[in-house]
Design a protein around this ligand. Structure first.
Ligand code: MG
Length: 381
């Protein structure tokens, strides 16, 4: 197996993404000294407007509900942290992995999934709305930072990896960046790692935030086998430990168990498939995965969060209000495009509904609430 030397402190494996062998940028740019192409992609994402907005976008709890809950920004940072440690261990491209993680939620609407589902409903007759597709749209078209082009002009592999799912219909419209959805190929390992790091991050931080908020209690959490196993371990090792420290020690162990299992199972699969290039990875079966027993345990944790936290009456009440705000804002802007800010009103000349969706999707939670108050004149919050 050939091993290439990267700019990083570890050697990239042959199956790692390598910008030198990649398909480059849509608008060719000269290389710079001292930073790899994927490092530059990551830096462009961090400096984008959409990235800063993540600070005020909901993960599960609305930003105004408390200062200590995860937001899309802290979520994205946690995903990147988890994915980078996995990437190093597997000797895949850490810079690309990090760029994909930091960009993966850029297209999220205000109010989390409630916002996305409502906007998708509103857009039903206009091509729909999908937050993952919107993340690509943000980096390809919506960011206005360069003189020569729209978007951030990221490398092909970064753009391809941001696009996690895509319908065949949309894939045909998007062309080469979505080709793999038509030819049924796998994403690069860096994208596969980002995807599972996303799951590890939200399962654990939602459990942590859920317990902190009091919407779920320790007794309920202990019905989840994976949580109970580490909770008992912590209780035995540190009898009389405060709940707060105990929760942290438990979640820390839980997260570590998932990460270690993922690395071991993935390495096993890589050893069996022997991919020797990025293209081999695309042809191989999915390589980044939990072991079967851990997959089961993780599914139980996910299911618990779905029933006990995401469908908790307090969360559902906020969801209800969020849906109303998004739906009514969409209605108002569809009624009269002159109410849109100038740059979106201009875009609305070409495609009214898409310009409205882009405007609403870009809003932070609090901006959407304020805009709703300004236009509809009553205080829902
Ligand atoms: Mg995410």
């Amino acid at each position: 197996m050939t091993v290439r030397q990267s700019g990083s402190i570890y050697e990239l494996a042959a199956y790692a993404a390598d910008a030198a062998l990649g398909r480059g940028r849509r608008h060719p740019e000269p290389p710079v000294v001292g930073r790899s192409d994927y490092q530059r992609d990551r830096d462009r994402i961090i400096h984008s407007t959409a990235f800063r907005r993540l600070e005020y976008k909901t993960q599960v709890f609305i930003n105004t509900e408390g200062d200590l809950y995860r937001t899309r920004l802290t979520h994205s940072l946690e995903v990147a942290q988890i994915a980078r440690s996995i990437a190093r261990r597997l000797r895949i491209n850490e810079d690309l992995t990090e760029a994909v993680c930091l960009a993966h939620d850029l297209g999220h609407t205000p109010f989390g999934h409630a916002g996305q589902d409502t906007l998708n409903e509103c857009m039903r007759d206009h091509g729909g709305f999908e937050h993952n597709l919107q993340s690509l749209r943000v980096v390809d078209e919506l960011e206005e930072r360069y003189a020569g082009f729209d978007g951030l002009n990221l490398c092909f592999e970064t753009r391809e990896s941001i696009l996690k799912h895509c319908s065949a219909e949309n894939a045909r419209k998007l062309g080469d960046v979505a080709q793999r959805f038509l030819s049924r190929q796998r994403p690069l390992l860096e994208a596969q790692v980002a995807n599972l790091a996303d799951q590890i991050a939200y399962n654990n931080h939602d459990m942590d935030d859920g317990l902190r908020s009091g919407l779920i209690n320790l007794q309920q959490a202990c019905t989840v086998p994976l949580f109970k196993q580490y909770f008992d371990e912590v209780q035995t090792t540190y009898p009389g430990l405060s709940d707060r420290r105990c929760i942290h020690e438990t979640v820390r162990r839980l997260m570590n168990a998932l990460i270690v299992d993922l690395i071991e199972e993935t390495q096993r699969r890589i050893d069996a498939a022997q991919p020797a290039s990025m293209d081999d990875v695309r042809q191989a079966p999915p390589l980044v995965a939990f072991s079967e027993p851990m997959h089961e345990l993780n599914s139980a944790l996910k299911k618990f969060l779905h029933t006990e936290l995401y469908r908790h009456p307090t969360v559902l009440r906020t969801t209800f209000k969020a849906q109303k705000v998004v739906r009514e804002l969409f209605g108002v802007f569809m009624q009269d495009k002159r109410l849109l800010p100038v740059q979106f009103a201009q875009k609305a000349m070409d495609n009214h509904a898409r310009a409205v969706a882009d405007y609403i999707a870009g809003m932070t939670d609090r901006f959407a609430i304020r805009e709703h108050q300004r236009l509809l004149g009553f205080d829902e919050w």
